[in-house]
Design a protein. Structure first.
Length: 139
């Protein structure tokens, strides 16, 4: 079993860091004014927002087993049989996906007789592709 972490673009991390800073500033301001004790639910909402923003940064990963590619991001999980993968192509497609970079790979596969695809952004794309190919040969 091999685990590959998602590559993270600087601008995505920059946005998350800036948003976290703003939310922490708002929490600190509420604490200083004494409104945090009066409205603790606001503090909870800010803390949950921070946690949700950082969750994909900390847990987006691609796990390659002997027979499957498992993709984890937040509470979402994809399991793709290696035998169902048809094609892997580089892309910069900005569609929403379990990828924290625009330096991505598009994985085309079959599931239940339907053509599907998912975009991933492994930190080491070449090693990821080689690991996939070592378990299966592609056209």
């Amino acid at each position: 079993m091999q685990t590959f972490r998602s590559k993270k673009d600087w601008w995505i991390l920059g946005f998350i860091i800036a948003a976290t800073g703003i939310l922490l500033q708002m929490l600190w301001s509420m604490q200083l004014r004494g409104t945090l004790q009066e409205y603790p639910e606001h503090g909870l909402v800010y803390a949950l927002t921070i946690a949700i923003m950082w969750w994909p940064v900390m847990n987006t990963r691609y796990i390659l087993t002997q027979d499957h590619l498992m993709i984890h991001s937040m509470f979402l999980k994809w399991t793709i049989s290696l035998s169902d993968i048809q094609k892997i192509t580089p892309t910069n497609n900005p569609l929403s996906s379990p990828a924290l970079s625009l330096d991505r790979l598009k994985i085309d596969y079959q599931k239940d007789g339907k053509s599907k695809s998912v975009l991933v952004s492994p930190k080491d794309k070449q090693k990821f592709i080689e690991a996939l190919q070592s378990n299966r040969s592609y056209d």
